[in-house]
Design a protein around this ligand. Sequence first.
Ligand code: SF4
Ligand code: SF4
Length: 174
Amino acid sequence: MRSQPKACGTCMLCCKVLGIGEAGKEPGVLCSLALPRGGCGVHVRRPQNCADYQCMWTWAEPLDASWRPDQAGFLLNRRPDPAEVEVVVDPDRPDAWRREPYHSQIRQWADPRNGAISRVLVRTRGQVKVVFPGAEIDLGLPNHPRFQVQSGFQFGEGGMQPYARFTPLPGLGG
Ligand code: SF4
Ligand code: SF4
């Protein structure tokens, strides 16, 4: 259930790690419109995508202050598939998501026995990893800005093995 959003406070990690097409901003670098002491230099005229954006921490009640993105070193996003969670990592702290308690929790979300979440992706500078409870698969850069991922388990050497691959989003053609 969604609770009232938590306040961002001094966090501005989404202004760094996300790409904002309307602002011509690449992922992984602090937006040129960010003020040196924090805050947005064009707040009342900021792009609609910025005004609308809320990372998962702001509305997911169980995530305490240690999960605030600037503290954790990554933000959590819900993707177009609402059962998919994306961990978008600060490229200056690429292993932040591997620290505890984050790593154990992220792997727990990736467990297929967890019915609420189907897939966990980790993105660092656009490179995508798919997390499984006991493994991860590095897919590299997606071939389209609006990608989807298929993943699961299939029979392979020594039994069931995880797999993951990019697939085009339906309706995009090509
Ligand atoms: S990453 Fe989340 S908490 Fe931080 S500024 Fe963006 S929306 Fe707010
Ligand atoms: S325009 Fe403002 S809110 Fe949007 S990314 Fe840049 S600094 Fe952040």
